[in-house]
Design a protein around this ligand. Sequence first.
Ligand code: TMP
Ligand code: ASP
Length: 239
Amino acid sequence: MKNLEKLEQLYEGKAKKVYSTNVEGVVIVDYKDDATAFNGEKKGTILGKGVINNKMSNYIMKQLEETGVPTHLVEELSDRETAVKKVSIVPLEVIVRNVAAGSFSKRMGVEEGKELLRPIIEFSYKCDELNDPFINDDYALALGLATEEEIETIKSYTRKVNETLKAFFLNIGIKLIDFKIEFGRLADGTIILADEISPDTCRLWDVNTNEKLDKDRFRRDLGGTEEAYQEVMRRIFGK
Ligand code: TMP
Ligand code: ASP
């Protein structure tokens, strides 16, 4: 984007900073190497993560655009910075599960790695103070977190994202176990995909060995976190 200027910091999240710009409706996200887990209780650094998540997320969002899922992506500006459309985030963490793992396995007493008969879409209320509680559509509607129409749109985009991502990862020898995405509203109310898609927000297992290639290595102190992120990057970009 010609003449785009980074102005002041609007927000600092756990993994990214957001800056205003001189262009109406456009902000800049700046990806950090900071990693947290368990709602910020565990803190650390994953060296090089910001660069990997920035590039990978942008690459994936471009592919999703081609399948008809609108995204916030405007333009990658540098290794860690991307210009994106300014949205107000719908306060729902939209989680898709193809294979049992994580909080689903715990809650349901189902062994990690068990294939689900069909994909699950679930919602959490995006609220750190409450620890992002699990909710259903009725909670979201009754609390006015989203309208019925928005929820339908979100679910329909989410199904498409899952199909595209599953094929994308399989093609590079990775099983997409589950992932979390977030949507935002443009000024006119249009729903678009926002936030990021990266090893921070997906569970990615090697298709042959089931080796974890995602943030669970950090969450669970498995070691080799940086190497796992680099491996995903290498499989996508060949370097
Ligand atoms: P969960 O099994 O812990 O509920 O996680 C499901 C998926 O969502 C997993 O791919 C990791 C991702 N996730 C996030 O991106 N952010 C979060 O805060 C949490 C809890 C999970
Ligand atoms: N969002 C979680 C945290 O804040 C991180 C995670 O488990 O992915 O700490």
